[in-house]
Ligand binder design. Structure first.
Ligand SMILES: C[S@@+](CC[C@H](N)C(=O)[O-])C[C@H]1O[C@@H](n2cnc3c(N)ncnc32)[C@H](O)[C@@H]1O
Length: 203
């Protein structure tokens, strides 16, 4: 399992996240970030080219060392300082209230303990900060949700992802309100295509 988890899975994630449709969906999310930014599960750094001029510093958090190495290569060419954090969202090594924007794209499905991870996001955000998210999760259609529940063990084993999480509920329960949210199917098989996109603010 070690070789799969530490080498094959990061390679699969890197390959799987690079396609034109996903680039189109992801581009507007980091573009809205301002100030001191934390990206959760930065992966191979595919969001990095899309950060705008209002970012002053980026903390790139990623537990998979081989992916963090790829992100590091891109980080060097950015016009603001980047600090790589080799840890999971459940224990973010940053001061309370020190971050203006948290960015998460296709990461919350993979965080082992989602409740703990979102509590940490809430802790590190300033009271007037923002959480920008683009995440797939549990469909409101009972038939699709049943399929997600059935496939979850296999998808988690192969891709490290829980496709059946109610991401919007989890964000609200962590102490956020939505400034905006879109819930819709994006392109792809319906059991992984239902997405939540928006901005959440600490309550
Ligand atoms: C599907 S990939 C998405 C990568 C990247 N966010 C993107 O948009 O290309 C899921 C990412 O979550 C990371 N991850 C897994 N467990 C995590 C955790 N506990 N905390 C933060 N990130 C985690 C994985 O290593 C992987 O980089």
């Amino acid at each position: 399992m070690g070789i799969y988890r530490h080498h094959v899975l990061p390679w699969l994630i890197d390959r799987g996240m690079r396609n034109a449709a996903m680039t189109r969906y992801r581009r507007p999310i980091p573009a809205q970030a301002t100030g001191r930014v934390l990206e959760l599960g930065v992966g191979a750094g595919l969001n990095l080219p899309h950060y705008g001029p209002d970012v002053t510093r980026l903390f790139a958090l990623e537990p998979a060392g081989s992916l963090l190495g790829k992100a590091a290569a891109l980080a060097g060419i950015l016009p603001f300082p980047v600090t790589l954090l080799g840890s999971g969202a459940e224990a973010i090594p940053l001061e309370t209230g020190s971050i203006d924007t948290v960015v998460t794209t296709w990461t919350l499905c993979s965080v082992g303990n989602l409740e703990a991870g979102l509590a940490e996001v809430r802790r590190v955000l300033r009271p007037d900060g923002q959480l920008l998210f683009l995440e797939h999760g549990r469909s409101p259609d009972p038939g699709v949700a049943r399929r997600q529940d059935r496939l979850e063990p296999a998808i988690h084993l192969v891709a490290g992802c829980h496709p059946n999480r109610s991401i919007d509920t989890a964000i609200e329960q962590a102490g956020f309100r939505f400034a905006s949210i879109e819930r819709q199917y994006l392109k792809g098989p319906r059991f992984i295509a239902y997405h939540f996109t928006g901005v959440a603010k600490p309550r």
